[in-house]
Write a protein that binds this ligand. Structure first.
Ligand code: PHE
Length: 455
């Protein structure tokens, strides 16, 4: 039996498989892969963390990603509407609301860092990084995030860019932008990797990211790797479900999912290879945490021949990566308001964009005026938002998604629908079914249990 589709004829679709895959990679590859992944790996044993992360991607990220895309394409709805349609009269639609809350919260603090990337791209373009040492780089970053107004203006600029793309809709906005920006991102990244790995002493950095040092691995490492896998694949928020709802039935989802995962993971690893060899080569520490990219790298670039050019390329890369993720986050609430409440795209873009900006101001101010305010004990506003969205909402809605797909809706239906119009099954279907029903939910629950016990 194939599920009947009551698609609204006006609903846009990707122009083809490439558009879908590029937009999805654009969503996955973002500040998570380029800014967060290197320092989390740096703090958790380098290559050892990378290996655990890859296992999490395969056993947890991939099944949730596949489930989200299939559910969206079957229902042709936003996350809330999808559950309402596939399980009418049940509370499963709350899964969609949890994911949507995550997108709004994530975009609110994501735009803080997105603003920094724009500020740094502009600084790099005007040559402000030439000749600076690590102390000046630190002072420069401190003065950017410490002044109340400047980062809010950059944050506003970042959100205006994001909304300015989304307002044009799927093909003319999201697809056109990602088709142009993702190849650019690929080229920038390759240039940076080649520069970094050919520096004298780069081998140390390559070893750091590829050679597993198990002595730094603790239980927390597993927890970090799971969170990173969810965040970096954009799963659990309903983003991939929404993108899947625009995918034609001609496309086979397992092969598209494979492409998305392979390319996104390669970009994360490449970001590590662009950063660590340069950091090691010039004698800096790999584990400086969040400031790695904003403090250590400008100092690294200042010492490289033609460093100014590489600084421009790097911060452009970061801004592009952040932007293509931000548009996917904004698309979820926009799609919801259009599908469920018939709002026009213009109205929803203005109102949702405004709400996110308002919320985001608190995250930005948490580095200066509001630095003493804690939403969760011990965590400033920015970190609290990140914790609630990335560590609580994303895994919760990811877990519910996979339970829905594997148990409530049924794994047989899920696998059949994933093939689209293709009749033939795909390799390892039984193994997929087992991972979706048993392994993924049990592992997510185990990590949750660990988090509760250890807190
Ligand atoms: N995957 C994005 C990144 O790595 C962030 C993101 C998370 C985007 C969840 C959408 C949904 O930066």
């Amino acid at each position: 039996m194939r599920l009947a589709h009551s698609s609204k004829s006006s609903r846009e679709q990707w122009s083809g498989k490439l558009g879908f895959i590029l937009a999805s990679i654009g969503s996955a590859v973002g500040l998570g892969s380029i800014w967060r992944f290197p320092f989390i790996a740096g703090e958790n044993g380098g290559g050892a963390f990378v290996l655990i992360y890859l296992v999490c991607i395969l056993l947890l990220g991939l099944p949730v990603l596949l489930s989200e895309i299939v559910l969206g394409r079957t229902a042709l709805r936003n996350p809330v509407g999808t559950y309402r349609k596939l399980a009418p009269g049940t509370p499963w639609f709350l899964t969609g609301f949890i994911g949507m809350a995550a997108t709004i919260l994530i975009l609110s603090f994501y735009s803080t860092v997105g603003g920094w990337t724009l500020a740094y791209a502009q600084k790099a373009l005007t040559g402000s990084f030439s000749q600076i040492g690590i102390n000046q780089a630190e002072a420069g970053f401190g003065s950017l995030i410490g002044s109340p107004l400047q980062p809010i203006l950059w944050q506003a600029a970042f959100l205006i860019l994001t909304a300015g793309i989304c307002i044009f809709g799927l093909q003319k906005g999201i697809e056109r932008t990602t088709k142009f920006l993702m190849p650019l991102l690929g080229v920038l990244l390759i240039i940076l990797v080649v520069r970094s790995v050919t520096l004298p002493g780069a081998m140390e950095g390559i070893k750091f990211i590829l050679y597993p040092d198990w002595s730094h691995v603790t239980l927390t490492t597993f927890f970090e790797a799971l969170g990173m896998a969810f965040f970096s694949l954009s799963v659990g928020a309903g983003v991939m479900l929404t993108y899947g709802s625009y995918l034609s039935r001609k496309e086979s989802i397992p092969s598209a999912t494979g492409n998305i995962v392979v390319f996104s993971t390669l970009v994360s690893l490449a970001a590590g290879l662009a950063i660590f060899p340069a950091v090691f080569s010039l004698g800096y520490e790999p584990n400086t945490g969040p400031p790695l990219v904003f403090i250590t790298l400008p100092a690294v670039f200042a010492q490289l021949p033609m460093g100014g050019v590489f600084a421009i390329l790097f911060f452009l890369l970061l801004a592009v990566a952040a932007l293509t993720s931000a548009i996917s986050l904004l698309e979820v609430p926009l799609r919801y308001l259009e599908d469920e409440h018939s709002w026009s795209r213009k109205k929803s873009t203005f109102i949702v964009g405004g709400i996110i900006f308002f919320l985001g101001i608190f995250s930005t101010l948490s580095f200066n005026t509001l630095s003493g305010v804690q939403l969760i004990p011990g965590l400033p506003v920015f970190d609290s938002m990140d914790f609630i969205a990335s560590n609580v909402l994303l895994p919760t809605s990811g877990l519910l998604t996979i339970l829905f797909a594997g148990w409530k809706w049924g794994v047989a239906k899920l696998l059949r629908e994933s093939r689209g119009d293709h009749e033939a099954g795909f390799p390892l279907e039984t193994a997929w079914g087992f991972i979706i029903r048993w392994i993924a939910p049990v592992l997510i629950l185990a990590v949750f249990a660990f988090q509760v016990i250890s807190s």
